[in-house]
Ligand binder design. Sequence first.
Ligand code: ADP
Ligand code: MG
Length: 296
Amino acid sequence: MTPMERLQAALNGLGLKAVEARIEGLLEQASKKQPSYADFLDELLSCEVDARRSRYLRARLQLAHLPFVKNFDQFDFGFQPSIDERQIRELRSLRFIHEASNVVFLGPPGVGKTHLSVALAEAAIQSGFGAYFMTAHDLVTDLGRAYREGRLDRRMRVYLAPKVLIIDEMGYLPLDEMGATIFFQLVSARYERGSIILTSNKSYGDWGSIFGDPIIATAILDRLLHHSTTINIRGESYRLKDRRKAGLFPRAEEDDRTAPFPSSPTLQNGPRRQGSTSSRKTGAPLPAAGRSADSP
Ligand code: ADP
Ligand code: MG
């Protein structure tokens, strides 16, 4: 065995795959540049550390179950002037995750709610937080099945474990009573423990119709919004912008008549429920099997 072969066998045995793949180049470069021993070792090990970090991030990204991976740089804020970039900057600091507070993106289809949620999730993962993405419908279907099969508590843990849970497309489909109860339970269990990023095409005032019951809707909003940021996007669909340019769709003003976000001033900030406990007293019925998911 030549020294080079021995070196490669050792790197292989130690599982230093990234160094093994690049060792010849690294050695060649070192013989040219003549770095100090410390600099050389630093470069060698950094190569492995970086490779492991990106492998780890890729795995975390995959686990997060995102529908696509997009970041903030890919978002054209110029196209969506109703978004307050200062608010977005604050969210990007990820302070909301440390505070276990929630983020709600409201707006009609195509304005970038999912894109921004995914971008936040990606930033969270880059910073070492766990994230998990699910549409509201799939989530409630999954937990509903678990409830019927008597394993709601165990299944609930999947949605309680990640520091950031993204619930997409709340309100596209109404929930039945069981769905509403399960959703209430999930929001209660994550309350002040982990962040929820939620997107909806329905303004808060219309949430009663999602849950079929204004009392449970109030109880859910109470917990969801106590520590939260609402980003209300009132703009055009990005999906339609090119087709609109070609004259295939009506102008935005005409759209507004049917949009779920008429220019009601209360929508801009959403209801403020700071410190409110009134609806918490009202409570909401819980399926017996799930009660313990509410306690630590
Ligand atoms: P929503 O969830 O509000 O329906 P999406 O986030 O799915 O909308 O956006 C629809 C598509 O348009 C996605 O591919 C998204 O990346 C893109 N998109 C939306 N808004 C913007 C924007 N302002 N800049 C760049 N891409 C955008
Ligand atoms: Mg979406």
